[in-house]
Design a protein around this ligand. Structure first.
Ligand SMILES: Cc1cc2nc3c(=O)[nH]c(=O)nc-3n(C[C@H](O)[C@H](O)[C@H](O)COP(=O)(O)OP(=O)(O)OC[C@H]3O[C@@H](n4cnc5c(N)ncnc54)[C@H](O)[C@@H]3O)c2cc1C
Length: 538
């Protein structure tokens, strides 16, 4: 039996921070188990390389949801990072914190210490913002945030102008005083390289003698003595190994794997566990329930001006941007495909933005099987205005279907299963068309390719977004935090209700989804969770 003070399961956005903070003082021994392998790969480090990692089983769990009636029966592809850095090593790097009201809502639900004013110092401490520090922003922290305002494709400026013509304000900083408006996305990169949680937190920590990071190590069961978690059973190269945690086991496997590991270990809905013949350690119907995710769709246009398609598609263009990237670490390969974007309200009755925009100066309507064709876009000058909802009310679940830890759990998103979600998306796609119809955009558009001019009535628009939309990769809340043990999985100090020695620190604890991309909030959760663990082990 191996012996440590803490065992951290998963080295993703939150787990990397937890591992760094628990090992920093040198007082504790820390074992980090990561099911995937190294992040030292060209397509992980090169920002636009996430087109390649999107389906790559070497670094990606590649989940598939159940066929979803809300998505016209489609089974959605759910990439999740399976490597050091987790999903922060394969994501699109857009750096968004969410809205003040998101976190104030968490606190108002009884999660003391999780209001925006409590968290702002952490958000500031996390980042090294190229645009500089102010009341809202931080400098000198571990995550480098690149300000791309001077680097985006010229068409992005047209999108910003059209957004303003459609009534939105120009917003210089979505993580500043207000989120609403159109602007350029900041991304977590440094000198043209992805700046994942692994690079920012885990790799520096790995130089310490008191931390051991084991890759290709799949945690298969939490070991309990009564109701106290005392260790982890894991699988490495076909061998089962037990490791003991003298102080705590910290689950950081993310919104899919954390509920899966709990259920495999006898913590979950009683009926599910009994049906699968898993001895119940602690019954809690909330484990794997309350799944929330953002859904997105693209409207794609053919244009009169060259887009990134003309640069990224031909062999000579690939060679040019490749050289530019290798020699100077600049150009399209050093950026996210989402260069511009914004937040807006679908009607005046909304008190804050309920929709997010993405502008992509290229298009990928013609898919290549097994590849997200970011690096091989369409042969014509195309671009897309993308959209995702901020706080959908549909709820799904993630439940195991067997005792075998190698079997994937069943993911049921229940997308667009409420009237409100359908109505707000309908209003939102109409607003996308409004942006496209503004002079700054319409004068360069020759044709709407998707969904196309024949898609006009409400019924046609709804049928189209049911058929074409899918996850924008922000599943949360499957082990949600809350003070009431009958309605949640962890308490506001992230301790699992009803058990000792066990915490969850990852996006699965979000009481509700935040308005925007979830990486920064996951890293914040890692930071705050680690602080609370250290307070409890003075
Ligand atoms: C394709 C894609 C694009 C995205 N784009 C953006 C974006 O642009 N901006 C943004 O803010 N967010 C984005 N996100 C979302 C964001 O990256 C995630 O919300 C965030 O990384 C979640 O952090 P986490 O710590 O909860 O889980 P993860 O980062 O997923 O980490 C979980 C880790 O645990 C490991 N693990 C799981 N189970 C086990 C086990 N049993 N044993 C051992 N190890 C295990 C996993 O392999 C993984 O490394 C994107 C996500 C994806 C997949």
């Amino acid at each position: 039996m191996q012996d440590y003070d803490f065992i951290v399961v998963g080295s993703g956005s939150a787990g990397s921070v937890v591992a760094e903070k628990l090992s920093a003082s040198g007082r504790f021994s820390v074992l980090v188990l990561e099911a995937g392998g190294t992040d030292r790969s060209f397509f992980v480090q090169m920002p636009l390389g996430y087109g390649k990692t999107f389906f790559d089983p070497a670094v990606n769990w590649n989940y598939k949801t159940e066929p979803d009636p809300g998505l016209a029966g489609n089974a959605d592809h759910w990439p999740r990072g399976k490597l050091l850095g987790g999903s922060s090593s394969i994501n699109a790097m857009v750096w968004i914190r969410g809205q003040r009201e998101d976190f104030d809502g968490w606190a108002a639900a009884g999660n003391t210490g999780w209001g925006f004013d409590d968290l702002l110092p952490i958000f500031k401490a996390i980042e090294d913002n190229e645009a500089g520090a102010d009341e809202w922003r931080g400098r000198g922290g571990p995550i480098h945030v690149t300000d791309n305002r001077s680097r985006v494709h010229p068409l992005t400026h047209r999108f910003l102008k059209a957004g303003q013509q459609a009534g939105l304000a120009l917003n210089q900083d979505f993580n500043g005083a207000a989120q609403e408006g159109v602007g350029v996305y900041q991304i977590n990169t440094k000198n043209g390289r992805r700046w994942s949680a692994a690079r920012a937190f885990l790799r520096p920590a790995m130089k310490r003698a008191n931390i051991r990071v084991v890759t290709n190590a799949l945690a298969t069961r939490i070991l309990f003595e009564g109701t106290r978690a005392v260790g982890i059973e894991y699988l490495k190269h076909g061998r089962t190994i037990n490791a003991r945690a003298g102080r705590e086991v910290v689950l950081c496997g993310g919104s899919v794997n954390t509920p899966q590991l709990l259920q495999l270990s006898g913590v979950g809905p009683a009926d599910l566990l009994k049906n699968l013949d898993i001895p119940v350690v602690h019954a809690n119907a909330q484990v794997g329930a309350n799944l929330q995710d953002h859904l997105g769709i693209n409207y794609t246009y053919k244009g009169r001006l060259p887009t990134l398609n003309q640069t990224l598609r031909p062999w000579w263009g690939k060679m040019l941007v490749g050289m530019q990237y290798l020699l100077l670490r600049t150009g399209p390969l050093s950026m996210s495909m989402n260069q511009g974007g914004g937040f807006f309200r679908t009607d005046e009755g909304q008190l804050r933005p309920n929709m997010q925009l993405y502008f992509q100066a290229f298009s990928t309507v013609l898919p290549k099987p097994g590849e997200r064709p970011i690096l091989t876009p369409d042969p014509w000058p195309g671009f897309s205005i993308g959209l995702s909802n901020c706080r959908p009310s549909s709820r799904g679940s993630i439940m195991i279907c067997s005792k075998n830890p190698l079997d994937y759990p069943k993911i049921v998103p229940n997308a667009y299963s409420t009237e409100t979600d359908v109505e707000e998306m309908l209003a939102a796609v109409k607003f996308v068309r409004k942006i496209a119809s503004m002079p700054a955009m319409s004068e360069v558009i020759t044709e709407e390719v998707l969904p196309g001019p024949k898609c006009v009535s409400d019924d046609e628009l709804i049928a189209d977004f049911r058929k074409r939309s899918g996850t924008v990769y922000h599943p949360v809340s499957t082990c949600r935090m809350g003070p009431d043990a009958s309605q949640s999985v962890v308490d506001p100090r992230l301790k699992v209700h009803g058990l000792a020695g066990l915490r969850i620190v990852d996006a699965s604890i979000f009481p509700d989804n935040i308005s925007g991309n979830t990486n920064a909030a996951s890293i914040m959760t890692g930071w705050k969770g680690a602080e609370m663990i250290l307070e409890d082990h003075p």
